[in-house]
Design a protein around this ligand. Structure first.
Ligand SMILES: Nc1ncnc2c1ncn2[C@@H]1O[C@H](COP(=O)(O)OP(=O)(O)OP(=O)(O)O)[C@@H](O)[C@H]1O
Ligand SMILES: [Mg+2]
Length: 231
């Protein structure tokens, strides 16, 4: 479904990603794990058309290169950015409506689906986004992404700054979303939780992929255990 080949990207003259090659098949959850500054967010920005790159990114065998970001969204690739980026002055419902502006006909059904996944958002439907807790804002950010009818969801550190309880809720929601037929590319520093729910994973280090395998293989890998799991 998604095929990234020899991706190189950076900011101005500064290279960040070097020869990244990653694949994701339909219905998969694929995790890309790595430390601060490894280039995880940069990779997602390249996929969703927010920064320039060299190399090849294809989606259902069609190149995404040089397509504007809104066209990539229309094809079904929805990016939930790091740090939630919800609209603080808008209510929960208004935030969700913003996420579904391309699909007004589906708005009602999609919103019900979001409220079933995150009942807390239904309870708080009229609360301003900016007054929600970090975990609630993360649910809202994912919910807003779902309003855009994703076929492939790009999630940038959904568990960042969340309590263990909220982290559980969010990861279990990601599994539910995936079971409903949405493919997921998950970028995380929470290596244990993300590999646990992923079919396959990649370890990224200073802009390069250094390791790949099934979620289980990576969790049992000595280097992964040492570097990320404190074992
Ligand atoms: N807009 C920008 N301009 C210049 N450099 C940037 C910009 N955004 C990111 N960088 C640099 O690119 C490198 C990779 O950043 P990136 O945000 O992709 O890392 P990350 O893996 O997502 O890290 P984190 O886990 O902290 O979110 C870092 O050295 C960062 O300083
Ligand atoms: Mg990041």
């Amino acid at each position: 479904m998604l095929n990234i080949q020899n991706l190189n990207a950076g900011y101005g003259e500064m290279p960040v990603l070097r020869n990244i090659t990653i694949t994701l098949a339909e219905k998969e959850i694929v995790a890309v794990v790595g430390s601060n500054g490894a280039g995880k967010s940069t990779m997602l920005k390249a996929i969703s058309g927010l920064i320039k790159y060299t190399g090849k990114i294809t989606y259902n065998n069609e190149s995404l290169h040089s397509l504007p970001a809104h066209t990539i969204v229309q094809r079904g690739i929805v990016h939930v950015p790091e740090g939630r980026k919800i609209f603080p002055e808008m209510s929960v419902v208004e935030n969700l409506i913003m996420g579904g502006f391309l699909y007004q006909k589906d708005r009602k059904v999609n919103m019900e689906r979001v409220f079933t996944l995150f009942p807390k958002l239904a309870d708080r439907r009229n609360q301003l986004g900016g007054t929600m807790s970090g975990g609630e804002q993360q649910m809202l950010a994912i919910g807003r992404g779902l309003m855009g009818n994703p076929k492939l969801l790009l999630l940038d550190e959904p568990s960042l700054g969340l309590s263990p309880l909220f982290t559980e809720v969010v990861f279990s929601a990601i599994e539910t979303i995936n079971n409903s037929g949405v493919s997921v590319l998950l970028v995380e520093q929470n290596v244990y939780q993300s590999l646990k729910i992923s079919n396959r994973g990649y370890v990224i280090e200073t802009g390069s992929i250094v390791l790949t395998g099934t979620g289980e293989e990576l969790l049992n890998n000595q280097d992964v255990k040492k570097a990320f799991l404190g074992m």
